[in-house]
Design a protein around this ligand. Structure first.
Ligand code: PRT
Ligand code: ZN
Length: 283
């Protein structure tokens, strides 16, 4: 039985459970429970505050964990980061009141910076040779400058709207983060086998995220150009049509480039373009 530590509530809880569900692992209703078992896979979830997950995995109470990379970096936990999970994306940045001038890290010398991430900030300041004072606060960091606790803050930024709402501007991005799957060091052979199966499923899931399956009819004389437009995983699938002057072309592309590709394909004569969601890509 593998045990995985998951955030009990907060930003990563729902996405962590959704990820497990998408790879065929559904957990018994986790409400008010510390532990819950999965159906159809030898796994149980341990629900914790995100701050506790790195050490619980490091100490082996849970073999696996899902947590922000920012927490691993801050705690300096000795765990293996197995893969990035494509959610919980954010950055740790320094921000200052928008009325202040900023012309590089040196202008932070002698200033007070409020944060809940003193280790990551301390390393950044040391690397830049900046002698600033780090003020540790554990919540509402964004109000630290307006109440006079600090001259700048170092905090998590996602859309940036919290900074704007507090009259702050982002001046330095120090660390890029997202949710990651972590494992304790020294998994035994049985655990390794289960972790490999999980990783295989997660990879199929994350690779397919944001992908579209595209199929269309294309005149034979435009086929070469269409293949250039659609590189595909190995090479696009080409099938004959009843009308021998045409063929059917199938490919998988990133959703972000869909409309650009469709425009190019229409320009070279593609017709009957169908676009479908991709559920899984098994590599
Ligand atoms: O209760 P527990 O200790 O488990 O949770 P928590 O309150 O400490 O953490 P939580 O749930 O807020 O965040 C968990 C993890 O989500 C973080 O460690 C990050 O890895 C990730 N994450 C992603 C974020 C954000 N985006 C985020 N926007 N964590 C926090 N924020 C906060 C940030 O602190 C700031 O107050 O959102 C605000 C900024 O958001 P924007 O969109 O206005 O820029
Ligand atoms: Zn926390």
């Amino acid at each position: 039985m593998l045990r995985i530590a998951i955030q009990s509530k907060g930003r990563l809880n729902e996405d962590s459970l959704d990820l497990l569900k998408s790879i065929g692992i559904e957990l018994d209703t986790p409400k008010r429970k510390l532990l819950s078992k999965a159906q159809a896979f030898p796994l149980e979830a341990l629900y914790l505050r995100d701050d506790d997950i790195p050490h619980v995995v490091e100490g082996g109470t849970a073999a696996l964990g899902i947590v922000g990379l920012n927490e691993i970096e801050e705690k300096g936990a000795d765990v293996d980061v197995l893969c990035r999970l494509g959610f919980g994306g954010c950055r740790l940045s320094i921000a200052m009141p928008k009325t202040e001038e900023y012309d590089g890290p040196q202008c932070l010398s002698g200033r007070r910076i409020a944060t809940s991430y003193p280790n990551i900030l301390g390393r950044f300041l040391k690397e830049k040779g900046v002698d600033a004072s780090v003020e540790l606060i554990t919540g509402s960091v964004e109000i630290a400058t307006s109440v006079g606790i600090a001259d700048a803050i170092f905090d998590i930024v996602s859309s940036g709207s919290t900074l704007v709402a507090n009259g702050l501007k982002e001046v330095e991005t120090v660390f890029e983060s997202e949710a990651v799957l972590i494992a304790k060091k020294g998994l035994d052979a049985g655990e390794r086998e289960l972790v490999d199966e999980l990783m295989f499923r997660i990879e199929s899931e994350t690779v397919s995220r944001g992908k579209k399956y595209l199929l269309m009819n294309i005149p034979n004389e435009s086929l070469e150009e269409a293949i250039r437009i659609l590189p595909a995983m190995r090479s696009p699938t080409v099938l004959p049509l009843a009308d021998s002057a045409w063929c059917s072309l199938h490919s998988v592309i990133d959703a972000s480039e869909l409309w650009d590709k469709v425009q190019q394909l229409k320009a070279i004569g593609a017709e009957g373009i169908l676009v479908m969601d991709v559920d899984k890509i098994i590599l």
